[in-house]
Design a protein around this ligand. Structure first.
Ligand SMILES: Cc1ncc(C[n+]2csc(CCOP(=O)(O)OP(=O)(O)O)c2C)c(N)n1
Length: 526
């Protein structure tokens, strides 16, 4: 019965478009391990760390726009999947967790590796199933969540391998599309109400899908309001918007300056990174905000209604226009010129390295940015030349865990792939590189910005107790997994030395130049 049950589950997954199976072998999931060991027309990826496996699956699902399954044994192995489930929830990524369990009568007994699997992911799995031989027939009917993770718990009794493992095939079926929330009739009223008040909106562009980018571009161009485009929007470097794009960084929006020049915020795309967004909960809580995003999270505690859909905004688009503020655009231009001068003056400062790196990275590369300083510093200092990068990030829950695993899962065979992340984030996911044995043909560069700890907190709190300071370096890590290693302390070291092999690049910015950089940059706002 175990093998029959496992076959039926794999068949049902395959029918719903699953082609990638990320397998974390243990004893309890032996039926799956045996079946996936057959030569099937699917991709099987072997992992031992379930957390890394689940983040890899997240990246792969986002890359291919198909559901990806992770299969684990019982016990804490299942619990390791939670962080990726959270990220999947907030980014509408289709993951499936297939956890092998002991029989149902073991529940609540404390018998070895018989933890409570059912409900373990709380509301981070939207569809949940619990199968054993008693409800075998229902396997034919299970449906995957179209907008997040699904949990399929499967109970296997012993003997685990209870019949010969052979005669098995899986069909490759095109997956159905991710569910977009239905447009609701109140959306157009909310949009019209917003524009009745919003005469001087600031447009903030968060993450946008490639499919939505050109539609948003047209809308924003016609609206004519000033635009702060984050890197994941794909419009930060858009030449045709250059008269509207603000280029001097998130610090431009002090509460006072915002209040002087703007009366509202129109957010399009995923929840933004910039500080202003948090100020909208506090000092700026009266400022009208309209969130437009197909992931329906409003992204603000003060705003209980869902974001409105992009379709709804665009259906009403022609009616709106915004007042321009040449004075503010001139101010931004002045500060952004000063920013360029600051980068040149302090070439070894941390933000400056983002500039040098962005110049060095080949056009059309996939670039994943880590939390928390890397994504901000890239947005501030990376080149604004349009190099057609595909920028990705784990911004659903902003975790610093699983970044390398996500990156490897999301890496493309058709372009270079760059990950830029902090040192603590790298330490968090060191075993991720074990996955590279099945990713040999990928051009990967992992850039660790080693500023000796979580320096984002030094900026915020000025207190070493937040930082987890360390003096580790990453050469032996690269060596352990057979990667080339390059240490970078000046921008010159970066130029032209990269061979076409997976490489760890450890960037060690100058702490004193970084400090001077920030002083100089902030001085430009006076
Ligand atoms: C899993 C997880 N734990 C803790 C945090 C809180 N956190 C945010 S940034 C950060 C420090 C990150 O340090 P590092 O990776 O070195 O990057 P940098 O400080 O340079 O941005 C921490 C601990 C988080 N976002 N995710």
């Amino acid at each position: 019965m175990n093998i029959r049950l496992a076959k039926k589950i794999l068949e049902r997954l395959s029918q719903q478009g699953v082609k990638d199976f990320v397998l974390c072998a243990g004893a309890r999931n032996a039926p799956f391990v045996k079946l996936l060991g057959l030569k099937l027309d699917i991709n099987v990826h072997h992992f031992f760390d379930e957390r890394a496996a689940a983040f890899f699956a997240l990246g792969r699902s986002q890359r291919d726009h198909r559901p990806v399954a992770v299969l684990t044994t019982s016990g804490t192995a299942a619990a390791e999947l939670l962080p990726a489930a959270v990220e999947a929830h907030y980014t509408y990524t289709q993951l499936i967790f297939v956890t092998a369990d002991r029989p149902k009568n073991y529940r609540g007994t404390g018998a070895p590796q018989a933890i409570e699997h059912v409900g373990i992911f709380s509301h981070y799995t939207k569809c949940n199933y619990d199968f054993d031989f008693a409800n075998f027939d229902q396997v034919d009917e299970f449906e995957l969540s179209k907008s997040g993770a699904t949990h399929i718990n499967v109970c296997f009794d012993e003997p685990l391998i209870d019949e010969a493992v052979e005669n098995f095939a899986l069909r490759d079926i095109k997956p159905s599309q991710i569910n977009r929330p239905m447009a609701d009739s109140s959306e157009s009223t909310r949009i019209t109400d917003f524009f009745a008040k919003a005469k001087k909106p600031l447009v903030v562009l968060g993450g946008l899908s490639t499919a939505d980018r050109s539609r948003v571009f047209e809308f924003v161009k016609n609206l004519g309001a000033a635009v702060y485009a984050e890197e994941t929007s794909g419009l930060r470097e858009c030449e045709a918007l250059s008269g509207l794009l603000l280029k001097s960084g998130a610090q431009l929006f002090s509460r006072e300056r915002f209040a002087k020049y703007f009366d509202s915020v129109l957010r399009i795309g995923s929840v933004p990174t910039l500080r202003l967004w948090r100020d909208l909960e506090y000092e700026l809580h009266d400022v009208p905000v309209l969130s437009v995003c197909d992931l329906h999270f409003s992204g603000l505690a003060r705003e209980k209604q869902n974001a409105v859909s992009l379709d709804a905004l665009l259906n009403n688009a022609t009616e709106f226009f915004a007042l321009k503020s040449p004075e503010f655009m001139a101010y931004d231009k002045k500060v952004s010129e000063s920013l360029s001068a600051t980068i040149a003056k302090y070439p070894n400062a941390e933000p400056s390295f983002f500039h040098w790196l962005s110049l060095q990275i080949s056009n059309s590369s996939t670039v994943m940015l880590g939390n928390s300083l890397p994504i901000r510093e890239w947005c501030l200092a990376a080149t604004t030349e349009d190099k057609e990068f595909k920028i990705i990030a784990n911004r659903g829950a902003n975790g610093i865990d699983g970044l390398i695993s996500t990156f490897i899962g999301a890496a493309s065979k058709h372009s270079e792939n760059w990950l830029v992340l902090g040192d603590l984030s790298a330490l968090y996911d060191l075993n991720a590189l074990a996955a590279l044995k099945s990713a040999d043909s990928l051009a990967l560069r992992i850039v660790v910005i080693n500023n000796n700890g979580g320096q984002i907190f030094q900026k915020i709190f000025k207190d070493k107790n937040f930082v987890n300071e360390h003096h580790f370096e990453f050469s032996k890590w690269a060596e352990m997994f057979g990667l080339k290693y390059l240490k970078v302390t000046t921008p010159q070291t970066l130029r032209g030395v990269l061979e076409d092999v997976p490489t760890v690049i450890e960037v060690c910015p100058s702490a004193s130049e970084t400090q001077s950089f920030w002083q100089h940059y902030e001085g430009a706002f006076q």
